[in-house]
Design a protein around this ligand. Structure first.
Ligand SMILES: C[S@@+](CC[C@H](N)C(=O)[O-])C[C@H]1O[C@@H](n2cnc3c(N)ncnc32)[C@H](O)[C@@H]1O
Length: 258
């Protein structure tokens, strides 16, 4: 189970809303341009969630290519499989329950994608090294993650905001991993690294709460019990005054295997 959400269906709802957000769409489009996935290639979606990118890769590699989508949570691979619609113009996607830190495939991949997973893993270097190991020579990797240490919420009481955000970050194994992705790819022996970011600034609480759990009253356990009511009330009051703002950098790091 996730560190923040209490149910698999809550995770799935969150993933679906994040995937539809324009900033994530922009970052994915920019990554796909760098990856330039070609027909016949083999792709791995590591930590696939609902498998959005696995399905994108299936269309790009076509019927002569192949896609494997893995997630450590069986509820995610099951949900991804349910959404999947077989397309004769696309590769078959094989969904598997695996841990990206230890999974081993005998075949090499041309493309490895790993989005917003590193914040959840205990040892991001070994996860990145494992993914780099599974790339074929010339293969490309793209890792995307958030920098929760640079997450800003404004308009609310500063002391309470600091307390609530610290408690939220403390739930995640790697809250600041976004800013470290480039060096982890380099450390894993990959070359020609490129880093791109999006930095969404949202001023509507409804829009922000749909994609950020700590701003969503329905995800109650993401906030310490003692602050819960005051926190969500103060967010709503700031929103009503037109003062609410949040900002969050999201990093994408690309590199290739020599
Ligand atoms: C925030 S979601 C992102 C899902 C998907 N990559 C996307 O961008 O929509 C993080 C996913 O990583 C999975 N995950 C976390 N740790 C993992 C691990 N060690 N191995 C494989 N999957 C993992 C979770 O189960 C979850 O589905």
């Amino acid at each position: 189970m996730d560190e923040v959400f209490e149910t698999d269906s809550a995770i799935a709802g969150y993933l679906e809303r994040v995937s539809m957000h324009q900033e994530i769409s922009a970052l994915r489009a920019s990554a796909l341009e760098l990856l330039s996935v070609a027909p016949g290639e083999r792709a791995l979606d590591a930590g696939c969630g609902l498998g959005d990118m696995a399905r994108r890769f299936a269309g790009l590699v076509g019927p002569d290519g192949s896609v494997i989508a893995v997630d450590v949570n069986p509820a995610m691979t099951a949900a991804a499989q349910k959404i999947h619609v077989t397309d004769p113009e696309a590769a078959t996607v094989t969904y598997r329950v695996e841990d990206i830190c230890s999974v081993e495939y005998p075949q090499a991949f041309d493309v490895v994608w790993c989005e917003r997973v590193m914040q959840h893993v205990p040892d991001p270097d070994s996860a990145v090294q494992n993914m780099a190991r599974m790339l074929s020579p010339g293969g490309r990797a793209c890792v995307v993650d958030v920098d929760w240490e640079a997450f800003v919420v404004d308009g609310t009481d500063e002391a309470m905001t600091a307390r609530v955000l610290d408690a939220f970050r403390a739930k995640l194994p790697q809250p600041a991993v976004g800013r470290t992705l480039r060096r982890r790819l380099v450390r894993a022996g990959l070359v020609d690294p490129v880093v791109r970011t999006v930095h969404p600034v949202l001023t509507s609480l409804a829009e922000a709460a749909a994609v950020i759990p700590v701003l969503d009253r329905r995800v109650s356990n993401s906030v310490p019990e003692a602050d819960r009511t005051a926190w969500f009330d103060s967010l709503e009051e700031a929103d009503a005054r037109g003062e609410f703002m949040m900002a969050l950098p999201i990093y994408m790091a690309f590199a290739r295997k020599p």
